[in-house]
Every structure is written in structure tokens, then in C-alpha cells.
Design a protein around this ligand. Structure first.
Ligand SMILES: [Fe+2]
Ligand SMILES: [Fe+2]
Length: 346
């Protein structure tokens, strides 16, 4: 897979074209068209969050490099060094251009960038290759989604600026797909990696929380005002986890694992106790939980599609007559929320 990506990494960003566009941009016009609840200061901070988290590429790259070296995973090292880093190093440019067209001087932005780069980034969600690609998957998805919201925000007043952000978004979409596929390939060859994968999801935190907490901490409040929808994001994340783990039962296991890691309780039963019970049963309940989670986020077509091939009359079987209401009952109890995944956008 990495051979293929190295041969065809897609078109990288054209930083010169962004800089040339700066004179034409009227990003200040965006301020007059901001939705209710978002101020000029919010807008500038949203752009600064993007600039300052993008400029720390080398900090994240060092974590991947070290993890790849420890596991002797040459494929991950090559992807990181030859594809991901040179691509990511270009992503800060459009946000810098937008901030300069808002009136910031280059000197001031460079100072903020240097300050952020000098901070030490500690990575707390595991450094096994499968954990790094899982981290990459979540981080890229959330960044991709966040840039979609920024593009949407600036588009009415500054369509050319929106296009610049959309170009970066496109790269993040590609990165999300790459990390999803790398994770799926590893899990498929060794299902025991599901444990460390779940641990990473449970401990996941956007790097901005460590590098620019004063900005990252505001992202959850900005998100709905920018048109973001937490349920929609939960659905996307469940879909990505399902695709990375390969089937509904494994996804159910991963989500119960996450709940156990986080020490969640449902009524008198802790997730840890539920996990012990499910493990004791040999895990048949995980499939049901996986289905319930898909149902809860509105993705029930995923498991009905999987079953279609098995038996057209499936819904009439006794097993399904029992299974369906239990699944729906579990689905109603589940709070698959954005918060439950400990994820903060951007
Ligand atoms: Fe990026
Ligand atoms: Fe990326």
C-alpha cells in the first residue's frame, strides 16, 4: 500500500498560488457575514488554531518516526518521511495568507508559529504502528471536517479563500482514507491489535489540546455555531471505526473496550463489568452491541446489507425476531456522543 502511495501521492498544495492570491483576497468581508454568536475575534482564533496546529507537523512526525523505528516498521517510516511530512509542511500556508489578509503581519504570525513549535508535544495514545495509524485516522478525520466548516464559513463573502481551505481539506480527506486502510490491513492480519487500537481511541486527544489549549479548548463551542453537528460526526467516526476493524462484532468489542477504558457506567453496571460478562460468553454479544451502535447513529443499513447475502428471509427467523428488539433496546440506552469519544475538533 505504501509503495502505491509513494508512487502516487496526489497533487500537493501550490503555496505560491496561495501567496499570489493574497492581494486579491478580502477576508475581512467574512467578518460582516459571520453567523450569530461568532465574533471577529472568534474567526481570527479559528484561523490561528488551524495555522498553529499545522505548523507543528515536525512534532507529530517525530512521534511516528520513533514508533516506526521501535517496531521496525519500515513501511510506516517511509510513509511518514516521504509522503506525510512533505505534504503537511505545506498546510499552514493558506491559513497564514488568510490571517495576513485579516491584517496580521508576517512577523507576528512567524513569532506565534515559532512559539508553538518550541512547545514540547507529548503523545499519550500509544506508539505501536496500529496505534499511530488509528491516531492518524481520527486526527485527520477531525481536521478534514473542521476545514469543511471553515470553508463553509468563509465561502459567502470570500469564495477564493474558501477554495484555498477546501484544497487543504482535500488532502486531509486523502490522509484519512490512507490511515483507515493502513489500520484495516494491520487489524486484518492480526486481530489481537484491536486491544491497542481501542486504547488509542479511548485516550485520543487532538494535538492542539497540548500545543494551543487556549484555542483548542474553544473549538467545541465554535463547532455548532459554524454549522457542525456532533451526531453527524459520531456517525462518521463509528463508520470509520467499523471500516478499520472490518466487521460489526469487532467494532462492538472496540467500543465496549473504549467504554471500559474510560470507566463508564450504565446504571449499576460498569462498562468493565459488562466487558467481563461479554468476554465470558465468548463475545457473541459484541455483534449485537456493534449493531446497536450502528442503529443508534443511523447506520443500520450497514448490518442489514451484511446479512442480505446470508438469508433473504433473515428478518423472519426466530433469532432475528429476538435479536431486533434487543438491539433496538440497547441502541436506545446508548449515548454515542461526541463527548463519549473524548474528541475535540480541529
Ligand atoms: Fe494538515
Ligand atoms: Fe493531514
Amino acid at each position: 500500500m505504501v509503495d502505491r502511495i509513494e508512487k502516487n501521492p496526489g497533487a500537493r498544495l501550490d503555496v505560491k498560488a496561495f501567496q499570489d492570491a493574497q492581494q486579491r483576497l478580502d477576508t475581512r468581508a467574512v467578518v460582516r457575514s459571520l453567523p450569530p454568536g461568532l465574533t471577529e475575534e472568534d474567526f481570527v482564533s479559528i484561523l490561528r488554531l488551524a495555522l498553529l496546529t499545522e505548523c507543528a507537523t515536525n512534532s507529530y512526525a517525530a512521534v511516528f518516526e520513533e514508533g516506526a523505528r521501535k517496531a521496525d516498521a519500515q513501511w510506516l517510516r517511509r510513509f511518514n518521511t516521504n509522503v506525510w511530512v512533505p505534504d503537511e509542511l505545506l498546510h499552514a500556508a493558506p491559513f497564514k495568507v488568510l490571517l495576513m489578509s485579516m491584517g496580521y503581519t508576517e512577523g507576528e504570525l512567524d513569532r506565534q508559529v515559532r512559539e508553538t513549535q518550541e512547545k514540547s508535544y507529548t503523545h499519550g495514545s500509544g506508539t505501536l504502528p496500529v496505534q499511530l495509524t488509528t491516531f492518524g485516522l481520527m486526527q485527520e478525520y477531525l481536521t478534514d471536517h473542521w476545514y469543511g466548516l471553515i470553508a463553509h464559513l468563509v465561502h459567502p463573502a470570500a469564495p477564493e479563500a474558501a477554495l484555498m481551505v477546501a484544497r487543504v481539506k482535500k488532502r486531509e480527506t486523502l490522509h484519512t482514507v490512507w490511515y483507515r486502510n493502513m489500520t484495516a490491513i494491520q487489524v486484518e492480519s492480526n486481530p489481537r491489535l484491536l486491544g491497542p487500537l481501542a486504547e488509542t481511541l479511548a485516550k485520543f486527544s487532538m494535538p492542539g489540546n497540548a500545543l494551543v489549549p487556549e484555542l483548542q479548548g474553544r473549538a467545541t463551542a465554535w463547532l455548532p455555531k459554524m454549522g457542525g453537528d456532533f451526531q453527524h460526526m459520531a456517525r462518521d467516526m463509528v463508520r470509520l471505526i467499523h471500516e478499520s476493524t472490518g466487521d460489526v462484532k469487532r467494532m462492538g468489542r472496540v467500543l465496549v473496550d473504549i467504554a471500559a477504558h474510560k470507566g463508564y457506567h450504565h446504571g449499576p453496571v460498569s462498562a468493565r463489568t459488562a466487558k467481563r460478562a461479554l468476554d465470558g460468553l465468548g463475545g457473541p454479544g459484541y455483534g449485537l452491541i456493534g449493531e446497536a451502535i450502528l442503529e443508534r447513529v443511523g447506520l443500520s443499513h450497514v448490518f442489514s446489507k451484511q446479512k442480505k447475502g446470508r438469508a433473504i428471509l433473515f428478518h423472519n427467523t426466530l433469532a432475528e425476531r429476538v435479536r431486533a428488539p434487543v438491539r433496538s433496546w440497547i441502541a436506545r440506552q446508548l449515548e454515542v456522543s461526541f463527548d463519549a469519544m473524548n474528541v475535540q475538533p480541529a
